[in-house]
Design a protein around this ligand. Sequence first.
Ligand SMILES: *Cc1c(COP(=O)(O)O)cnc(C)c1O
Length: 485
Amino acid sequence: MTLDYANSYIYDLSEPGRIGVSLPPTDVPESDLPQGYLRTTLPLPEVAEVELVRHYVRLSQKNYSVDSGFYPLGSCTMKYNPKVNDQAAHLIGFARIHPLQPEETVQGAMALMYGLQQALAEISGFDAISLQPSAGAHGEFSGVLIMRKYQLDRGETQRNKIIVPDSAHGTNPASTAMSGLKAVTVPSDDRGNVDLEALRAALDDTVVGMMLTNPNTVGLFDEHVTEICDLVHSVGGLMYGDGANLNAVMGIAKMADLGFDVMHFNLHKTFSTPHGGGGPGSGPVGVTKALEPFLPGPIVGREETEEVEYHWVWPAKSIGRVKSFFGNFGVLVRAYTYISMLGAEGLLRTAENAVLNANYIQARLKNVYPVPFGDRFCMHEFVASGLLPGTKDLHTLDIAKRLIDYGFHPPTIYFPGIVHESIMIEPTETESKATLDAFSEAMIKIAQEAKENPELLHSAPHKAPVGRLDEVLAARRLELTSLPK
Ligand SMILES: *Cc1c(COP(=O)(O)O)cnc(C)c1O
């Protein structure tokens, strides 16, 4: 049988004895491999180098990425990642150092980390920053541990709960539970803000603090944010700011000025380092003076006597280490490069354009798709609903799958849960008007198709390497390796 070359699978190309590497004859004495560690069977395909290269390049071409197309994945801030960030991270002085090297041999890397701590402090208004946590959720976990330890340290041992709005990202209640505390949900009001009456009712002297995302996950700036912070402070609680949506406000408002005590940054979102597919991220935490002693360590300190010197510093009552060594250093280099390239003025314009782009799409779509809070201006993202008037048995999932046929990555769907059949669109600042128009027109076209030919949507995608998947099964029975069939 002739090989179906275009769709060939790497094991179809395998021939016993074929190899993809050639090693020089050994010039050192042979020795036995350690026993007990190595697998006795490992069914690898036997192919030439060229087949292996084609296998991986073909796989990579099946992927959709922010380098290949528009990626309006709400809440994820999938902006373009400038290549200069990667170039900086690949500089030998950054890429080839070891975390166990003595301080005096890595002063440049420590200077960069110190500079990043300073930049994040300036952007957020906080007094101190730890770069340790390795993702937003990890920053939340660290931040909640900081709040908990602060309360215990001042003898408030009866405090055991954290207030979380119903619009929160799932990581907020998860971080609370992982810290041994109880999450208490408060509802949103009909303008998408935290319901103040419900908040008042939940406040007492058992509250460790409250976690608030602002702008929140429906893309709205909470109109009562300072009042919320005051209310929580009035019962001795602390305010945690989920900084995942910083892209909408950086350079415009500082979280510390609004009344927050602690926040995390998602460097991989706001400060443009590649993410998706699970890693690597970075989620530094920033705190006020009162919480500084509790930060996870070590952090970088600077001393200026005759020369400038950087040292590892341990905060006095630190919650401890939350990550091996010093955080995800490669991500820190990329974020520092991005912030330095843009400067204060550039970061401000980034936020303004992110908000402008989201409002542009919201304005284009809101007469076609229901937008529950569409009477308000949105921030960097907005949430529509896939419940299209004049259709039946048609779901947001069908709309999202059909978008793939138009060449777009689908938006975030079914989050946040407070909007029925939600579609969460975050275009980011890096897209041109032409792209925003093309996307809006595809969405409008799909709404028409939904009425005229819903089957087209139910069976989408039609042009992707794989069609409609059983997503539950795919998530439960992950197949991440390529083994012989
Ligand atoms: C992305 C996100 C998080 C979690 O951040 P990770 O870096 O993915 O761990 C938390 N809250 C909100 C609102 C987010 O969008």
